[in-house]
Design a protein around this ligand. Structure first.
Ligand code: PLP
Length: 620
């Protein structure tokens, strides 16, 4: 499962073969024990475990990385991060980051009016930045300006030229001096899945001509000192550190150009993009990154300094808007495996043909008996042909349901035999490449992919998935995961691998004890982007603090959304639902399909489900 490669030290496998969270040296707690306590309290799964200590640790790690680079290079400015709350607006996330970041003057970034309203209410260090990105109307701008009156270091980023006039107008009307940032469209691009966020065709930002027009316009207004920040962003999850360096160089040259044009910029904002190594491969693969947080900080500081020295301009305060890198590690989604299905779980006795079986069944049995290294390809093709004929003959009524069952079981047995034969072969014929996936078990997990891991569905994002225990026991099954939505897309068939992406995940045969999988590094974007497919709602969550001695506290348990809430979000109202059921029950009593006592019970059950969790709740 590559735990040491992707965990960044925040998780580890104990000697006992269980996964532990390790928020700081000396502190560790087994995830299984936390889940067991939640279940013992009578709460239902799935659940997200959140570790505020991990969030605090990530804030410290990022700030210290910049501080040590700044000290090492003798950089004369300093670093001030901002957390873009769109990555995860959950209260525990924002408050944990704000608290851990206070002493570093780590600020926040808002991309909409609602996000700004949330950020303005947070306790922040007086120097901490509150960056306002995204397209803005007058209301957004006014709110940002009021933020300055409240003593907050609010910077309004111009994303398109026309926003400048709006800002000037509102600032005059309120009598508040604005602090303005300007987002520049770098021609440098990121790497990986968000490459399109940068470059000339980027959605946000001004080109060089518009940038100079902003300077001229502010000069006209005698307000050039309001322009305090140059902002850039080349996309999230930058996999290749070289792209960071190229972008930061271009950004710093632009900064120097603006200084030369008379601007007095204080901040150079290099945006987000600091990656997360989801697969632990340390490569430029889209789910990885070929650098560390420390190397990122060092390269940003070094590059900014190098250009500033060459251009003879002051070294600015460096700002980064790292979101993914701060939040991904803090959350673990716990998936209970509720059932297992799959083609290798056929009833074995079906594999031996009965005397009176159809000739095709005898043929397929012969194939099974005679497969060898020399002929497996030919045998495979014959078996595929026989299976096709079997289905055609079944449709025409010439093959019985019993023979169809035998034929399918035999076909699966043939595939299993071939898979075993070629498991160590370097060369596998094209038609057999998917064999492992075809033969894999389907572990049915109690969750909705669309609610909890939307990026896996939408953009094939990879997340490490690991059983919470039995890690000192060799897994014997190969599996894909399916969720409980009625959507065939609700499945996970891509898993992390150091060299490639794996089609199956090795897992243990679930026994009598519940078998839980943890989905890791899912704390960035997933909570926010999730959707209510099939009315599966937000998952319950536990906020957990780890204490010395392997102990932990569940500080807060927030129950997931109830069915009623999901139904009401679609425009229905609870009394309307209950009235309808009552009317139907009364009518049923009249025609005799329901008794008075049963009506009472039915209404009670209905009400209980309305107030219940939307996920499966098995008693045992
Ligand atoms: N800043 C801006 C302007 C963004 O658009 C984004 C997200 O793409 C971020 C910051 C956060 O990026 P990341 O989560 O990669 O740090």
């Amino acid at each position: 499962y590559q735990v040491p490669n992707w965990s960044g030290g925040w998780f580890r496998v104990s000697d006992k073969g269980t996964l532990e969270v390790t928020p700081s040296p000396g502190l560790h707690a087994p995830l299984r024990a936390i889940v067991d306590e939640i279940v013992d309290r009578g709460e239902s799964l799935p659940v997200i475990l959140r570790f505020p200590q991990v969030l605090a640790g990530r804030v410290k790690h990022l700030n210290e990385a910049f501080q040590s680079a700044i000290a090492e290079y003798g950089y004369t400015g300093h670093y001030q991060g901002v957390f873009p709350i769109k990555v995860n607006q959950r209260r525990v996330v924002v408050e944990s980051i704000a608290a851990a970041g206070y002493d570093y003057a780590h600020g926040l970034e808002a991309g909409s009016k609602a996000e700004l309203a949330l950020c303005l209410a947070q306790k922040m260090h007086p120097d901490a930045l509150l960056c306002c990105n995204g397209f803005k109307d007058d209301g957004f701008i006014k709110l940002a300006l009021w933020g300055r009156s409240l003593g907050k270091n609010v910077v309004i980023t111009i994303e398109k030229y026309s926003e400048l006039e709006r800002i000037l107008k509102q600032a005059k009307a309120l009598g508040v001096k604005p602090a303005i940032g300007v987002r520049f469209k770098l021609h440098a691009r990121g790497s990986g899945q968000w490459e399109e966020s940068g470059g000339d065709q980027a959605k946000f930002g001004l080109n060089a001509y518009e940038l100079l027009r902003v300077v001229e316009r502010l000069k006209e207004e005698n307000m050039l000192d309001s322009l305090v920040m140059l902002h850039t962003h080349i996309g999230s999850q930058i996999t290749d550190i070289r792209r960071v360096k190229v972008a930061v160089r271009e950004a710093t040259q632009t900064y120097a150009g603006l200084i030369a044009a008379g601007a007095e910029l204080k901040y150079l904002n290099v945006g987000g993009g600091l990656g997360v190594d989801y697969d632990g491969s340390k490569t430029t693969f889209y789910a990885s990154m070929n650098y560390t947080v420390k190397e990122y900080a060092a390269d940003v500081v070094y590059t900014v300094q190098e250009v500033c020295k060459a251009r003879g301009v002051p070294e600015p305060i460096i700002v980064s808007e790292s979101g993914r890198a701060l939040t991904a590690h803090h959350a673990v989604l716990i998936l209970p495996v509720v059932d297992v299905t799959g083609p290798t779980r056929d009833i074995e006795e079906l594999v031996a043909p009965a005397e009176d079986s159809h000739q095709l069944i005898h043929d397929m049995h012969e194939i099974l008996e005679n497969i060898s290294m020399r002929n497996y390809r030919e045998m495979y093709n014959d078996a595929v042909g026989d299976k096709g004929t079997l289905h055609n003959l079944f449709d025409l009524g010439y093959v019985s349901l019993e023979d169809r069952a035998r034929g399918e079981a035999l076909f699966n047995a043939i595939l299993r035999k071939i898979a075993k034969l070629i498991q160590n072969e370097k060369y596998v014929p094209d038609e057999l490449e998917d064999l492992q996936k075809v033969l894999a078990d389907k572990y049915i997990c109690n969750f909705s992919l669309f609610q909890s891991l939307p990026d896996n569905w939408a953009i094939q994002a990879l997340f490490p998935i690991v059983p919470l225990d039995r890690l000192n026991e060799k897994p014997t099954r190969q599996a894909t995961l399916v969720d409980i939505t009625c959507d065939s897309d609700g499945k996970i068939e891509k898993f992390i691998d150091l060299r490639d992406v794996k089609a199956t995940l090795p897992l243990h045969e679930p026994g009598k004890e519940p078998y839980y999988l943890g989905v890791f590094l899912m704390g960035a974007y997933q909570d926010v982007l999730g959707s209510a497919h099939n009315l599966f709602g937000k998952v319950s969550e536990a906020h957990v603090t780890v204490r010395p001695g392997g102990k932990f506290n569940i500080d807060l348990f927030v129950r997931g959304q109830k069915a009623r809430r999901m139904i009401e979000s679609m425009g229905y109202e609870e009394p309307m639902l209950r009235d309808s059921i009552e009317d139907q029950a009364d009518a049923a009593i009249k025609v005799g399909t329901l008794t008075d006592e049963q009506e009472h019970e039915l209404l009670e059950d209905y009400g209980e489900e309305l107030l219940g969790y939307t996920y499966l709740e098995y008693e045992n």
